[in-house]
Write a protein that binds this ligand. Structure first.
Ligand code: ZN
Length: 214
């Protein structure tokens, strides 16, 4: 699985890294804030910030893309493509979680991002094992979305599909990768959703019309 170095919750502005995999965290850049669906990728620069924070693009590449967007104004188009890709990934994860076949058009779209050949495969040596690492080498600024396609491939091929889950808080739209041994993780975050749902369940049990023990 793709290792990535985003530090939990301490990075840029209000980006959250609770999903356990960068692909799920990318989908989670759309989240609920005070019951409103909120897009954290508010402009092209935010998309670059997110990619830099997750180390999917280097600072050098990000600066090169930034300059390209300044020159030809294509940042807004790339942001639109990123949002479309994110929506497709959301649909795909829902289909995986619900046990239905993933729409082939989504696979085709992911492959279209890979077809630009903006990624170079590197072998990385660790103390006891090795990793495959895809390094983004874009020839055009819009090629940065190939990095999202690459982490999607990583999640789907190196991970286990049944560990991809939706947060059980019905008013939350986040996804996460469950790494617990017995597949028991239920919430995107214990602090943000788990505790709230447990308190709600506690008070439901305590309602006076309900007799019996809890
Ligand atoms: Zn949640």
């Amino acid at each position: 699985m793709n290792s990535y170095s985003a530090e939990s919750n301490t990075n840029t502005a209000d980006f959250m890294f609770l999903g356990g995999h960068p692909c799920l965290d990318f989908v989670n850049t759309e989240m609920m804030v005070q019951e409103q669906r909120t897009d954290l990728l508010t402009n092209p620069e935010r998309l670059l910030e997110w990619l830099e924070t997750t180390s999917l693009v280097t600072a050098e590449t990000a600066n090169w893309v930034r300059q390209g967007w300044l020159d030809d104004g294509s940042g807004a188009l790339v942001l639109e493509q990123a949002r479309t890709l994110r929506q497709m990934l959301r649909t795909m994860f829902d289909q995986i979680i619900d046990g239905t076949t993933v729409d082939p058009a989504i696979i085709t779209a992911i492959n279209a991002y890979l077809a630009v050949q903006a990624l170079q495969l590197n072998l990385v040596q660790h103390a006891h094992d090795f990793d495959a690492e895809w390094v983004l080498m874009p020839r055009e600024p819009q090629h940065i979305l190939a990095s999202i396609a690459a982490i999607t491939v990583d999640l789907l091929t190196a991970g286990e599909q049944r560990r991809i889950k939706r947060c059980e808080n019905p008013s939350c739209i986040r996804y996460f990768y469950d790494t617990t041994r017995n597949h028991s993780r239920r919430w995107c975050s214990m602090e943000q959703c788990g505790n709230r749902m447990k308190v709600a369940a506690y008070y439901r049990r305590k309602r006076p019309q309900q007799k019996g023990s809890d």
